[in-house]
Design a protein around this ligand. Structure first.
Ligand code: CDM
Ligand code: ATP
Length: 289
């Protein structure tokens, strides 16, 4: 097998809670994550030597700064792989959006190259390698509905979230993950999301409780700096979303719809205002070709 293609899905956060800051600067978190079928496309082709990357988005580095490079290089180092690889990235997931697009690409690379290079690795070892690339990468190697704890690497599979149409609205500005973590006043978080209630509601497929309990502790500081985020949330609800939240470190706002026609109308409304508006569906399988 000398060619593989994979599609790597974005994630949204149904909840995101910060518990404490650790000595190493990272934060202990607890969050429920869900993949949606807004995907980047990655193609892998065997080469004699080196790691060569081509990307449809020229803002993204194609050298060792690319998370895909880091993933390929980590596997080469860890397992003494001598072969080279050419990776083509067709970017669809917006950048610095809170949707873990780069982490998803890195996870897709780990899974594709593990297969191509016939690497035998335990789940634990692969999880360690994934974590060394980024805190969201372990989750992205699994996808679906998961509770993620630790810095994001301790994963508990939950029952599949009931299906939703998801409208994603990414305003023009970006929010860096480091900024988001640095701007949460951990001791004075007004409302911690109730991860237990959400996990239980997912277990019972109780949509109303899930929708009522969406929560992200990054919203407060982000809404203060960018009041338009709160307006997007309000409009999503007005247009029929059953729940709305900022994903991850933001700034993407999403709405969960049970009615596709309403989701479509909401999409059309926001497309008149913003360039990066997407209609997706929740999904549970990592989509491979
Ligand atoms: C906001 C989330 O997307 C929620 O899923 C993640 O926590 C961020 O995951 P990520 O982008 O993969 O994070 P990394 O690339 O590992 O780290 C970027 C920066 O975010 C901060 N960071 C990240 C994860 C974490 N649990 N605590 C942190 O404080 C650190 O300042 C770190 O330097
Ligand atoms: N393959 C990649 N795809 C996207 N960004 C990448 C990639 N490799 C490196 N990067 C760099 O990582 C930065 C942000 O990545 P990404 O778009 O995944 O952020 P994000 O959606 O905020 O992620 P998260 O939700 O994990 O915080 C960008 O500045 C980009 O230059």
């Amino acid at each position: 097998m000398n060619r593989i293609s994979v599609r790597t899905p974005a994630k949204i956060n149904l909840t995101l809670d910060i518990l404490k800051k650790r000595e190493d600067g990272y934060h202990e978190i607890s969050m429920v994550m869900q993949t949606v079928d807004l995907c980047d496309e990655l193609e892998f082709e065997e080469r004699e030597i080196g790691i060569e990357i081509e990307c449809s988005n020229h803002e993204i580095p194609c050298d060792s700064g690319n998370l895909v490079y880091k993933a390929a290089n980590a596997l080469k180092d860890e397992f003494g792989i001598q072969k080279g690889i050419y990776i083509k990235i067709n970017k669809k997931i917006p950048l610095e959006a809170g949707l873990a697009g780069g982490s998803a690409n890195a996870a897709g690379t780990l899974l594709a190259l593990k297969k191509m290079w016939r690497i035998e690795a335990t789940d634990d070892r692969l999880n360690e390698i994934a974590k060394s690339i980024g805190a969201d990468v372990p989750y992205c190697t699994k996808g679906g509905t998961m509770l993620a704890q630790g810095i994001g690497e301790k994963l508990t599979k939950l029952k599949d979230l009931p299906d939703y149409h998801v409208v994603l609205v990414k305003p023009e500005f970006s929010i860096s993950t480091a900024w988001a973590y640095n701007n949460v006043d951990i001791k004075n978080i007004k409302q911690h999301p109730d991860n237990e209630a959400v996990s239980r509601a997912i277990e019972y497929g109780d949509r109303a409780v899930i929708e009522k309990n969406l929560g992200n502790v990054f919203e407060e500081a982000a809404f203060k700096k960018y009041p338009e985020l709160a307006e997007i949330k309000e409009t999503l609800i007005k247009l029929g979303a059953k729940g709305s939240l900022m994903s991850g470190s933001g700034p993407t706002m999403y709405g969960l719809f049970d009615d596709e026609a309403k989701a479509q109308l909401a999409c059309e409304h926001f497309r008149g205002i913003y360039d990066e508006v997407y209609k997706a569906k929740t999904c549970h399988q990592l989509i491979k070709e």
